[in-house]
Design a protein around this ligand. Structure first.
Ligand code: F1P
Length: 370
């Protein structure tokens, strides 16, 4: 199998000037620089020839299996949901560890042909590299998408390298850029030029939203809450998962994530005035999902609502409402929904006197001995 065919996109990074930074300044800088990062990636993707990357692997001919760890696993889930919606055929997402420990369960010997897509900002995560080696041993061809990742690229003949180089330990623009690139690929494979046009509208939209809502989120994060739960349905569920992970990583706080309507089935017993419930409201499930938000408010929770359009009832009930107003398909809004969980995590960590640029117990890459 040919190795190391790397499709490099001209390097761009939102690096700081290296001066002594305030706690969290590096991560916050990178979160706020996403409009620039997205527009450069999109412009370059426009001129990119995907033929070699996806040759012979059209989603209608094999099941795309998105693989990642940590944030990259939630990214994989969002990418899989995007593929199903954009192509109309099945796609799945699994943590790399599941393939390593239960390969027959994840890729049954008699199952349909799968096309794994390995997702890794660093391309250095041990579970990802071990999975890549397992796939090569089983002669299963795969694709990879990475930012820094030379090791992964050396094991893969179809690598898309988005060199969005982050200094932050936690993933921010790398998460949204790789998700956007995977959505872009699905749209390109199905000739959905309208979706690609919608992606191009996002950098400008986010650039307008950040100055309005970032300060409000910073103030909101100063409110007293001990526990957090993010809720989302459909393709918003992995975004809710990643938002909770950002809060856990950047503020060393407990944060959970659920499918919105699932929250009633037991977990709502945690609700009190010290619990923040963040609901990522979809357009198609808005009525049912916003009913959960209103119910949790009535139980005393602090509430954050993120939606494309916020109705007066939700606006009057939520402690903070973030209205995106994006005239784009629902799936194209995912990366913009992601930004507010990223910011909340960092602001909550700073409020606790922590430094989100060097989160407790974390490193940029999880490497395992042996
Ligand atoms: C995956 C990951 C991140 C996590 C932390 C450690 O990295 O687990 O999700 O937030 O930064 O690394 P990668 O495989 O995408 O490089």
């Amino acid at each position: 199998m040919r190795v190391g065919q790397i499709f490099r996109i001209p390097s761009f990074c939102a690096k700081t000037n290296g001066a002594k930074m305030k706690p969290g300044a590096i991560t916050l800088h990178e979160i706020h620089a996403q409009p620039e990062v997205w527009s450069r990636c999109l412009r370059t993707l426009d001129t990119f020839d995907f033929t070699l990357l996806t040759a012979g692997k059209h989603p209608r001919s094999c099941e795309w299996l998105f693989v990642g760890c940590g944030s990259s696993y939630y990214l994989a889930q969002a990418a899989a949901a995007s593929f199903v919606e954009l192509t109309g055929v099945p796609a799945r997402a699994v943590p790399a560890s599941e393939i390593l420990l239960f390969p027959q369960l994840m890729i049954p010997a008699e199952g349909p042909a799968v096309f794994p897509v390995m997702i890794s900002r660093s391309g250095h995560t041990s579970e990802i590299l071990k999975t890549a080696e397992l796939l090569r041993r089983r002669s299963i061809e795969f694709m990879s998408i990475t930012c820094d990742g030379n090791e992964l690229a050396a094991l893969c003949s179809r690598t898309l390298q988005l060199p969005v180089s982050e200094e932050s330990t936690v993933m921010t623009s790398s998460f949204t850029s790789m998700l956007m690139a995977l959505q872009y690929i699905a749209a390109r494979l199905t000739g959905n030029e309208q979706f690609i046009e919608a992606l191009h509208a996002l950098p400008g939209a986010l650039a307008s939203l950040l100055p309005v809502y970032s300060p409000r989120l910073e103030e909101f994060a100063n409110g007293a809450f001990d526990d957090v739960a993010f809720l989302g349905q459909g393709a918003f569920y992995p975004i809710a998962s990643e938002a909770a992970l950002k809060v856990m990583e950047s503020s060393s706080s407990y944060a959970q994530f659920f499918h919105t309507l699932e929250f009633r089935h037991g977990p709502k017993s945690v609700v009190s005035d010290k619990v923040l419930i963040g609901v990522l409201l979809s357009e198609r499930g808005y009525a049912q999902e916003s009913a959960v938000l209103l119910e949790m408010k009535s139980l005393g929770a602090r509430t954050l609502a993120v939606a494309n359009r916020i109705t007066p009832e939700v606006r009057s009930s939520a402690d903070l409402s973030i209205q995106l107003d994006l005239p784009v398909p629902e799936l194209a809004r995912l990366v913009v929904y992601m930004v507010w969980g990223q910011l909340l995590g960092s602001y909550a960590g700073i409020k606790k006197g922590l430094n989100p640029d060097s989160p407790s117990n974390l490193s940029r890459v999880v490497t395992l001995a042996g």
